[in-house]
Design a protein around this ligand. Structure first.
Ligand SMILES: [Zn+2]
Length: 501
């Protein structure tokens, strides 16, 4: 199926109602793995962080990571879930080279948390996403396919395996079918993942950096004719790893399903790969059913039975949750629901807050992170937090603007320099010679020259057309290579021409 064969989004929605299910995997930030003492630090030599347990060697026995369980309970509580009084791990049996035990230790019919919800905001309206379950499991290792053009196994000459990731704790959060979102389904999907990410970060259980795979989303989607009870066959787009991609994947699948169904075809239940370049999906493998995995309770681990005292203690210690915090910040920053939603979607709330904490005012902090820096992050396909500039540095640029050392244009150049690795804002200002010309004598000369060179405009201004001063300001700014304070230049021009501003 190519993109040209899709039906338009409007036509798809006119004929069908989308039903979504979102499965989000979150890698916990514990120091050690879920069932052994191996380190989880990123960037180690391949297979350096392994032991008999996470390599599945005979005779090794797993032990549950208490912090992993605690994190799972915190996530469950923050998602308004019930917390199991007693639950077990289960073996999910399948062969895959990146899983040396030949089974994944997961949870099956006894998840640690279940029956919750998360309220998300789309266009100022609250949409409740119901949570089926949140369960604990472990990550697999990582395969690298070498020699092929695409990095996929097809066409590769050989594969490399790194088990450092095998056994890192994961929490999988599964929604109930999301119905009733209609044409906003893709936006609801994005808002849900964005909200969930904020929640996970607020709980401090993971950095939830999607671009690093610490949080990834499977988008299940099906269509049914309006008024139909029964769900259609779903496709599952795997491992979507940015908020934007979650929205695009849902949108593409709605259009693709509608094209297949509208053409009299049937949807195959399968996993699909998402392609960042054009927002399309292509088939992966035909989806297994749960029974294919031969789940059974894990005999090597004792059941998990969190005491009610512990659960209530964790509930009492939950931090201010993101939606409550956003309402507070929205009032403090004096912005609309819609503006706050953009900040959330851009992943910039913490950055703006930190910039304000470092001394900037709310308007300026938001302006830089949502303007210049959001644009740069978007261009480079990274989260703003991954840009090589800190909130403290942005606050310093704001301070330089406030004290009149930099104007807007120079501030932008300063930020450009910091991003280019030229040092701190002050170092960039010094090295690039960026400074507002505040020497009144030099400015006066530049203004005189501009007036002399533009006599006709000057006459208009003298005649009362104050708006024409803009052209002269522009001429002075050009002559000073942008390093003058435009407001002061305008004052000087009007002063010299004897006109009241
Ligand atoms: Zn290990």
């Amino acid at each position: 199926m190519t993109v040209t064969e899709l039906v338009s989004y409007e036509d798809a929605l006119a004929a069908y109602e989308p039903v979504m299910g979102l499965e989000v995997h979150v890698e916990l930030g514990t120091k050690t793995k879920m069932f052994c003492g191996c380190s989880t630090t990123l960037g180690a030599e391949p297979n350096a962080q392994t032991c008999p347990t996470c390599l599945g060697l005979p005779g090794s026995l797993p032990v549950v990571n208490a912090t992993g369980v605690e994190s799972a309970i915190k996530i469950g509580l923050a998602l308004n879930c019930e917390i199991a009084e007693w639950c077990r791990f289960a073996r999910k049996n399948y062969f895959y080279p990146d899983m040396p035990k030949n089974f994944q230790t997961s949870q099956y019919d006894e998840p640690i948390a279940f029956n919750g919800y998360l309220d998300v905001e789309v266009d100022g309206e609250i949409f409740r996403v119901e949570i089926e379950r949140a369960h604990m499991e472990e990550d697999t290792g990582k395969s690298t396919h070498v020699g092929g053009a695409t990095g996929r196994i097809h066409g590769a000459s050989h594969s490399l395996l790194d088990y450092n990731r095998a056994g890192i704790p994961l929490i999988e959060i599964v929604t109930k079918p999301i119905v009733g979102a209609g044409e906003k389904a893709p936006e609801v999907a994005r808002a849900y993942v964005a909200e969930l990410r904020e929640l996970i970060k607020a709980l401090g259980v993971s950095e939830a950096r999607m671009e690093m795979g610490q949080m990834r989303c499977d988008v299940n989607l099906s269509l049914r004719p309006h008024g139909a009870e029964k769900f259609g066959t779903r496709s599952e787009t795997k491992n979507v790893n940015s908020l934007r991609s979650v929205e695009r994947a849902a949108r593409f699948e709605i259009q693709r399903h509608a094209a297949v169904l509208g053409g009299g075809g049937t949807i195959i239940q399968e996993t699909r790969h998402f392609h960042e370049e054009d927002g399309s999906t292509t088939p992966g493998r035909v989806k297994e059913e749960a029974e294919d995995y031969r789940y059974f309770p894990e005999p090597d681990l004792v059941p998990v039975a969190p005491s009610r005292e512990w659960v209530e203690k964790l509930r009492a210690d939950l931090p201010e949750l993101p939606r409550v915090r956003r309402t507070r910040l929205r009032e403090e920053w004096g912005i609309s629901h819609h503006e706050m939603q953009s900040v959330l979607n851009a992943g910039a709330i913490d950055l703006i807050t930190a910039t304000i904490d470092a001394g900037a005012d709310a308007g300026a902090a938001r302006k830089w992170w949502m303007g210049e820096l959001a644009r740069r992050a978007n261009e480079e396909g990274v989260e703003p937090a991954a840009l090589p500039i800190t909130p403290a540095q942005v606050a310093r640029v704001c301070a330089l603007v406030d004290e009149g050392s930099l104007n807007d244009k120079l501030a932008r150049q300063t930020i450009e320099g910091v991003l280019a690795g030229e040092g701190s804002p002050d170092e960039v200002v010094a090295a690039r010679g960026l400074k507002v010309v505040s020497d009144e004598g030099a400015l006066g000369t530049a203004v005189d020259e501009a007036i002399a060179a533009n006599a006709a405009i000057a006459d208009k201004i003298r005649g009362g057309k104050v708006a024409a001063a803009g052209a002269l300001v522009g001429a002075v700014m050009k002559a000073t290579r942008g390093q003058a304070d435009a407001a002061r230049v305008r004052e000087l021009i009007l002063e010299k021409l004897g006109v009241e501003g």
